[in-house]
Design a protein around this ligand. Structure first.
Ligand SMILES: [Zn+2]
Length: 225
């Protein structure tokens, strides 16, 4: 249920129930940018995306032993292949710094990004690297860094996406993704005030709604008589 308030641009909260579990989201602005947090100020956004593009299907999963489609030998495939048309935009999976952007053997044109907490993400077989994406450049989650292709050794256009954690490749589909940063300590008091204010606003809206339905029901009953 979405509960817009008097000042839609500033106050915004959502509450929904899924499998009996209640979820809440509070929109809160920091330095002019909107973020979503739970009532405790924890980010609702994951620090890394599992799939940094709109893909058609997964053409190859993460495996320590896969028969290579071109080499016909068993080799580990420590990434996920997302099949998508050539030119599909590929985004940075999280905030970070470009560690490498260029050609890398079988991996073709690729980008490697370093993220906080020991994570690195790899994007291979790109047709094109976005202009301005080069070593040392800071990127934010969702920013386009390149486009799907089949450079290097690939049987068709796809993104070969890999995630490293402290130097070891992990399965992007199974990883326990860390949350984005919480509300900064210095804003916590303000955030708590904001949550309380928003909650009381939601409660009064709910009350108004209840009364509205009740009066409609009474009117309906009156009409029946
Ligand atoms: Zn691959």
């Amino acid at each position: 249920m979405i509960m817009p308030s008097r000042d839609m641009a500033k106050y915004f909260a959502a509450e929904f129930v899924n499998n009996g579990k209640r979820f809440e989201a509070y929109r809160y602005e920091l330095n002019g940018r909107a973020y979503y947090f739970d009532s405790k100020g924890r980010s609702l956004k994951k620090a890394l995306m599992r799939a940094p593009l709109r893909f058609r299907y997964i053409s190859s999963g993460f495996s320590y032993r896969r028969k290579h489609p071109i080499l016909k030998i068993f080799r580990p495939h420590l990434g996920v292949d997302y099949a998508a048309p050539t030119g599909t935009p590929v985004s940075a999976a999280g905030n970070g710094t470009v560690k490498y952007a260029g050609w890398k053997g079988h991996y073709g044109k690729c980008v490697i990004i370093r993220h906080p907490n020991g994570y690195e993400t790899y994007y291979g077989h790109l047709s094109r690297i976005k202009r301005g994406i080069r070593r040392g450049v800071r990127v934010v989650q969702g920013q386009i860094i390149g486009y799907v292709g089949m450079t290097g050794m690939a049987t068709g256009p796809h993104l070969d996406y890999r995630v490293k954690k402290y130097g070891k490749f992990i399965n992007p589909l199974r990883m326990r993704v860390p949350r984005d940063r919480p509300v900064p300590k210095k804003y916590m008091a303000d955030f708590k005030r904001y949550v309380a204010q928003t909650n009381s606003l939601i409660a009064s809206l709910k009350e108004q709604q209840k009364q509205l339905y009740a009066s409609r029901a009474v009117n309906r009953d009156l009409r029946k008589d």
